[in-house]
Design a protein around this ligand. Sequence first.
Ligand code: PHB
Length: 389
Amino acid sequence: MLKHVLTPLAVTLGLLAGGPASAQGVVKIGVLEAMTGQQQSTGVQTLAAMKLYMAQHGDTVAGKKIELIVKDDGAVADNSKRLAQELIVRDKVNFLVGFAVTPTALAVAPLATEAKVPTIVANAGTSIITERSPYILRTSFTLPQSSVIIGEWAAKNGIKKVVTIVSDYAPGLDGEKSFTEAFTKGGGQVVEAVKVPLAAPDFAPFLQRARDASPDAIFVFVPSGQGATFVKQFIERGLDKAGIKIIGPGDVTDDDLLNGMGEQVIGTVTAHMYSADHPSALNKAYVEAFKKANNGLRPNFMSVGGYDAMHLIYEALKKTGGDTDGDKLMAAMKGMAWESPRGPISIDPETRDIVQNIYIRKVEKKDGELYNVEFQTFDAVKDPGKAKK
Ligand code: PHB
């Protein structure tokens, strides 16, 4: 009596009809991205990189034509869930890719499991995401990867007193926790921990409070797209003149926005997995090709998550000989290692999370533009959020 063991979710997904199956000769990639709203830049960057990969590598792999089906979820979890259902049931996609923010990835995780659809998180950074489904892999980053490293660096480099300011949702809490642990272990002190709303944040009152605590630095996490607003208000409130530094994961000095932040950000030190200035031949070619295809837009750290998601898909299909069985594709992707524009990366076969170099960088002016210039490398960093469990 099959009927009795079906979960309501299986019924919703219409799995009785046979589950995901591609029309012959076509591999469908459902892209769930924020093409509008506060996280729009992430959608634009990620999709542009995915398309660039296809333009460079052709749209046919292992005899199958690659097709992108793009849905705008506006970074709203309820939309992602509904659209993922449509993509799975109606379009019968073979992969899901995207997820501009953590809640959208968490909302889709049960569907990925139920439908056995390989799901690649190209953007979101909360540690726990990959634990929510055995069909999730990640090509972006985790907040603890960078936050632990900047915490240790700060403690060793004369920063004693810090105020933390983070967006009040999962990645912010991940970043705050992992930074605070590393920084206090190194002898530093967090004197105040501030959380700001994710939607339309006004940082000014929080910055005033932070200034009154006169720390050496503010550790900040804001999602890609909000860095310029934070920096503007930081400068307006005179925190730079008060000698307070900005430190954090590199989301705040996002390549997408850095040039508009003003010279006051020169000298800002962050830890992150990608800089448009990364000095490899592959990255130089990537930046040039990306700009050429996108009216001069500089690729940011979200873009490489999309570019590498496509690499993972192309190489997995080559390995399976074009077979789109979800379990076979997952097996093909686990443990894969390659060179990304960010440097060498791999997919941890145990956790399905990304292993990558984390770089410490300082904002500098080069050829009239602002860049995050890497000056120290931590090789092959696994997500410390998981290692501790
Ligand atoms: C997330 O929601 O996980 C997220 C979004 C933007 C970032 C980092 C993390 O820059």
